[in-house]
Design a protein around this ligand. Structure first.
Ligand SMILES: C[S@@+](CC[C@H](N)C(=O)[O-])C[C@H]1O[C@@H](n2cnc3c(N)ncnc32)[C@H](O)[C@@H]1O
Length: 258
């Protein structure tokens, strides 16, 4: 691990300016090119599916092998492939060049880099808890307006309304307290801002509780009921909620009232 006490790069400085003052670290701890807020802390959880996200081997094959295969298994042969998913994320977020964008649980930055390209004059922040994923993300990063933070999706360090658009793809089902992550996403979203989610969706025949009793207890992967995420966003004051179900996955987008 390479750590430095030199002044943080400009995109990390800009990211720190979006923090709640009380959460701003006295000294920015930049590790391998990302801002590390967690140190020895690990909020990812103990289930095998959650631990896997910390592995160096997975980080290396994630974008080109694991994620396309996982998407196909989840969404079926006729569901959207990776290219279509990227297009859907950009559509749902309706990015403008000066937007501030947060990619929650960004993994190796496979979507974060798209957002950085779409918002040349803005700022894009990828946040994840996994050191190995973030190291790959930094290595693949090619934009000056892109910063990575190692932090917990359930305790975002940013001030209220800091971001114009927030993405959280393929992660809520792994996050230990997904409803807290949604609280945080709704809090740091600016009035009029857009959110895009991709997660699991229970399609029966078993009720969601019974499906989770098997799938979640074995793997750590949570299966959401068909209306669980749309309802959660509505309960948090979001509007214009749209859902597309594809196989065992659901894409959900919404907007915060202006
Ligand atoms: C399957 S990857 C998703 C990456 C990318 N968003 C995508 O769509 O391919 C899930 C990520 O969630 C992260 N994660 C899990 N729990 C987290 C938490 N509490 N806070 C931040 N990241 C978390 C993992 O480290 C992992 O990188």
């Amino acid at each position: 691990m390479r750590s430095t006490t030199a002044p943080p790069p400009p995109a990390i400085e800009q990211t720190l300016a979006l923090f709640e003052p009380a959460r701003r670290p006295a000294v920015a701890h930049v590790e391998d090119g990302y801002l590390d807020l967690l140190g020895e802390e690990d909020p990812t959880g103990a289930h095998p599916g959650q631990r896997l996200m910390l592995s160096s081997a997975l980080a290396l094959i994630y974008e080109r092998l694991w994620r396309p295969l996982g998407g196909r298994l989840l969404m079926g042969a006729t569901g959207p492939g990776m290219r279509e998913e990227h297009r859907m994320a950009l559509n749902m977020l309706e990015l403008s060049p000066s937007d501030r964008v947060l990619d929650v649980a960004c993994g190796p930055g496979n979507f974060t880099r798209d957002f950085a390209r779409a918002t040349g004059g803005g700022l894009v922040v990828g946040l994840d808890a996994s050191k190995t994923m973030l190291s790959v993300a930094v290595r693949e990063s090619e934009s000056a307006n892109l910063a990575y933070v190692r932090g917990d999706a359930c305790a975002l360090p940013f001030r209220d309304g800091a971001f114009d658009a927030i993405c959280c793809f393929a992660a809520l089902y792994l996050i230990r307290e997904p409803m807290r992550a949604l609280d945080e996403i709704a809090r740091v979203l600016a009035p009029g801002g857009r959110v895009a989610l991709l997660s699991s969706c229970n399609r029966g025949p078993l009720p969601t509780g019974a499906t989770n009793a098997v799938v979640r207890s074995l793997s750590g992967v949570r299966i959401f009921a068909r209306d669980e995420l749309t309802r959660a966003l509505r309960d948090r004051g979001l509007t214009g909620i749209e859902q597309r179900v594809a196989g065992l996955a659901q894409f959900v987008s919404a907007r915060k009232r202006a």
